[in-house]
Design a protein around this ligand. Structure first.
Ligand SMILES: NC(=O)c1ccc[n+]([C@@H]2O[C@H](COP(=O)([O-])OP(=O)(O)OC[C@H]3O[C@@H](n4cnc5c(N)ncnc54)[C@H](OP(=O)(O)O)[C@@H]3O)[C@@H](O)[C@H]2O)c1
Length: 238
């Protein structure tokens, strides 16, 4: 199996996209370490759960990781949609702390183990709204725009260590995070219609892209932001 003997860390692996990815990786033989505040009740057996609030800068979890990490995924994030008159400085700071600084802290603490593994891969999550203007998305678009810039700069910095860094930019995906946007038949129908491919996303769509970016099959891809969005960001069908 392609992930046999591979150690993969998935921050946010207890729910939604991260959980779908964890299930795929475990099925392919990976040893998976999940970081989140709670393990939830869906993690497969043999996954190591590390309890950690990524908004806290003070916890040191590096000692709980293996000596080599072949893949690191940051699948933690928020959807905090408000009109510009109502969104606060605190909203922006909270979104930045969760979406960006959490990733920075965890990657810093994982770096030694990532370097120790040959050809490691880091996968981050942006959003379609970082590059496609969408009302009420100012704060999350600002944070995810920052993640895209971070991903590119980090990819350049780590290329000499043969560590690849890429980001996925999803559109609306059926996870607990997006539940409030998909909790009626009307909302689901409208969401389906908004996407050129005629449907909103499923966690497995994002997990498949993340698994590809972690695998050797993407070994010549780094510094990219890949839209997995049913065509929303680029297509205007007639
Ligand atoms: N779903 C969408 O429509 C959508 C669209 C665009 C982008 N994205 C991005 O895709 C990624 C995955 O989102 P998702 O929809 O799968 O979210 P989700 O279902 O809410 O899962 C989020 C995960 O992050 C963990 N988490 C949240 N806050 C945390 C904290 N402070 N410390 C540690 N762990 C924390 C959660 O576990 P605990 O709560 O137990 O900590 C959970 O495992 C995110 O980066 C999100 O911004 C999603």
């Amino acid at each position: 199996m392609s992930f046999d003997q591979k150690n993969i860390v998935v921050a946010g692996g207890s729910s939604g996209i991260g959980l779908a990815l964890v299930k795929k990786l475990v099925a392919e033989g990976a040893k998976v370490y999940v970081i989140s505040r709670n393990p939830g009740n869906e993690l497969p057996e043999n996954v190591t759960h590390i309890t950690y609030d990524v908004t806290s800068a003070s916890i040191d979890f590096a000692a709980q990781l293996p000596e080599q990490i072949h893949g690191f995924v940051y699948s933690v994030g928020s959807i905090n949609l408000k009109p510009i008159q109502r969104i606060t400085r605190e909203d922006f700071l909270n979104d930045f702390t969760l979406n960006v600084l959490g990733a920075v802290t965890l990657i810093q603490q994982s770096l030694k183990a990532l370097k120790a593994a040959e050809n490691a891969s880091i996968v981050l999550f942006s959003t379609v709204a970082a590059r496609t203007g969408m009302g009420f998305h100012t704060s999350i678009a600002a944070s995810k725009g920052a993640i895209e810039g971070f991903a590119l700069s980090l990819a350049a910095e780590l290329v000499s260590s043969k560590i690849r860094v890429n980001a996925i930019a999803p559109s609306l995906t059926n996870t607990p995070l997006a539940q409030h946007l998909l909790n009626t038949d009307e909302k689901q129908e409208a969401a389906n219609k908004r996407h050129p491919l005629g449907k909103f996303g499923q966690p497995e769509d994002m997990a498949a892209a993340a698994k590809f970016l972690l695998s050797g099959e993407s070994s010549w891809i780094t510094g990219q932001v890949i839209g997995v969005d049913g065509g929303l960001s680029v297509l205007r069908p007639l």
